[in-house]
Design a protein around this ligand. Structure first.
Ligand code: SAM
Ligand code: DTB
Ligand code: SF4
Length: 342
């Protein structure tokens, strides 16, 4: 976490005292919030957001697939699973220097966080992992936050990543425990939670969120939000993805999720985890500018920019910059103060 000014620090201490941080949300309570009239919900979320992040800034993150496709897992949403015929080719791990060149480009374009994704079920010790460790320290040397998402990790691997300077590890719960087996059968919810514990215990920030629009019910979404917020401390970063229905995956025929549903989930995440970065992640290609701004009103304070996510599309850089400029939303700069986790 970057250094804060003494004034800001003092302010956050006061806010923290006034704001009860909870880990015991019940699905019924969350459902009641979720179902509020939309403008009441957004108003509440924005009120909390202004207290914890007074600056109205949005963090620009850059995403790179460092190892694409051929994954042994059967995640129903994922174009990179070897079990789905999506046209995504299995590739080798990218060379360290290429990854660092891409990180430099992202920095030049205004990114403050660089996220590296690998289509692995789990990390295996050996030369590939050693290269990833090198990538992490290289990205940090460029002055960027470094985030990685590499599948399951053990405590020792988490420690190595921490020592290389990894800022955050992304490991999503994706859906609720009660819906998990409908989406993934090759691992359990407990597998996910135990990697998250290893990450936390190594002292790495946790980035953990989910996907909506996979055929789950609203109650499933509320249950997932409760599990996210049950983590103590809260994940510092909570990505909210809308399913990108990719041809060849079992979810290919699902209809685009209504953006208003994204707004509701983002608002709940903001209210439940007031100090976390809430990231409007996949699915922006199918959202209007206005819907994205409503997500920001509801507390989203980060987007991925650049015209590709891992394997699917993302809005054009120029379009995003125009949207932010039009709305008077300033990108977070590397030296900007922002609310720390309580
Ligand atoms: N293999 C690692 C893992 O599963 O944690 C890391 C890579 S995985 C692609 C990272 C995240 O991307 C997933 O947990 C999921 O939330 C998101 N994701 C993947 N495919 C998606 C899709 N089609 N639509 C929305 N989100 C997606
Ligand atoms: C997250 O929650 N969303 C990002 C990031 N974490 C790694 C990935 C979205 C991937 C969307 C599908 C694709 O492009 O392959
Ligand atoms: Fe593999 Fe991750 Fe895709 Fe699942 S989400 S198939 S683990 S790359």
């Amino acid at each position: 976490m970057r250094a804060l000014t003494p004034q800001h620090d003092a302010q956050v201490v006061l806010i923290r005292r006034a704001m009860k941080i909870r880990h015991d949300w019940t699905p019924e309570e969350v459902r009641a919030l979720h179902d509020l009239p939309l403008l009441d919900l957004v108003y509440r979320a924005q009120t909390v957001h202004r207290k914890t992040f007074g600056d109205n800034k949005v963090q620009l993150c850059s995403l790179l697939s460092i190892k694409t496709g051929g994954c042994s897992e059967d995640c129903a949403y994922c174009p990179q699973s070897a079990r789905h015929d999506t046209g995504v080719k299995a590739e080798k791990l990218m060379p360290v220097q290429e990854v660092l060149a891409s990180a430099q480009q992202a920095k030049d374009a205004g990114a403050t966080r660089f996220c590296m994704g690998a289509a692995w079920r789990e990390v295996k010790d050996g030369p590939q992992f050693d290269s990833v460790v090198e990538m992490v320290s290289g990205v940090r040397k460029l002055g960027l936050e470094a985030c990685a998402t590499l599948g399951m990790l053990n405590a020792e691997q988490a420690k190595k990543l921490k020592d290389a300077g990894l800022s955050a590890y992304n490991h999503n719960l994706d859906t609720s425990e009660s819906n998990y087996a409908n989406i993934i059968t090759t691992r359990t919810y407990d597998d996910r939670l135990s990697t998250l514990r290893a990450v936390r215990e190594a002292g790495i920030s946790v980035c953990c969120g989910g996907i909506i629009g996979m055929g789950e019910s609203i109650d499933h979404r509320c249950e997932m939000l409760c599990t996210l917020a049950a983590q103590d401390p809260h994940p510092e970063s909570v990505p909210v993805n809308a399913l990108v229905a990719v041809e060849g995956t079992p979810l290919q025929n699902l209809r685009r999720v209504d953006p208003i549903e994204m707004v509701r989930v983002i608002a709940c995440a903001r209210l439940m985890m007031p100090f976390s970065m809430v990231r409007l992640s996949a699915g922006r290609m199918e959202m209007s500018d206005e819907a994205q701004l409503l997500c920001m009103m509801a507390g989203a304070n980060s987007i991925f920019f650049g015209d590709k996510l891992l394997t699917t599309g993302n809005p054009e850089y120029q379009h995003d910059m125009e949207l932010l400029a039009k709305a008077g939303v300033t990108p977070l700069t590397p030296d900007a103060a922002r609310a720390p986790q309580p």
